[in-house]
Design a protein around this ligand. Structure first.
Ligand code: ZN
Length: 67
C-alpha cells in the first residue's frame, strides 16, 4: 500500500465520521429506544419515549454520534 492510498483512506474515514456527526440520532443513545418526533409545532425535535433523552438538547456528537 502506498502512502497516497493510506492518505486517501484516512480522508475517507474522516469524511464518514463527520457525516455521522451531523446526522440526528434515530434511537436513544442511552437505552436504544427509537426516538419519536415532536412535539407538534417544533420541527427538528426528537425525544425518547422513556423520557431520558431529547434531541438536540441532550445530543453530544463526541460521545453519541454513529449510534
Ligand atoms: Zn431513552
Amino acid at each position: 500500500m502506498s502512502w497516497q492510498q493510506l492518505d486517501s483512506i484516512l480522508k475517507e474515514q474522516a469524511a464518514e465520521a463527520e457525516y455521522y456527526r451531523t446526522q440526528p440520532p434515530v434511537a436513544c443513545p442511552r437505552d436504544g429506544t427509537p426516538l419519536l418526533e415532536g412535539p407538534p409545532g417544533q420541527p427538528g425535535i426528537l425525544y425518547c419515549p422513556m423520557g431520558d433523552f431529547q434531541y438536540p438538547r441532550d445530543w453530544d456528537p463526541d460521545t453519541m454520534a454513529g449510534m
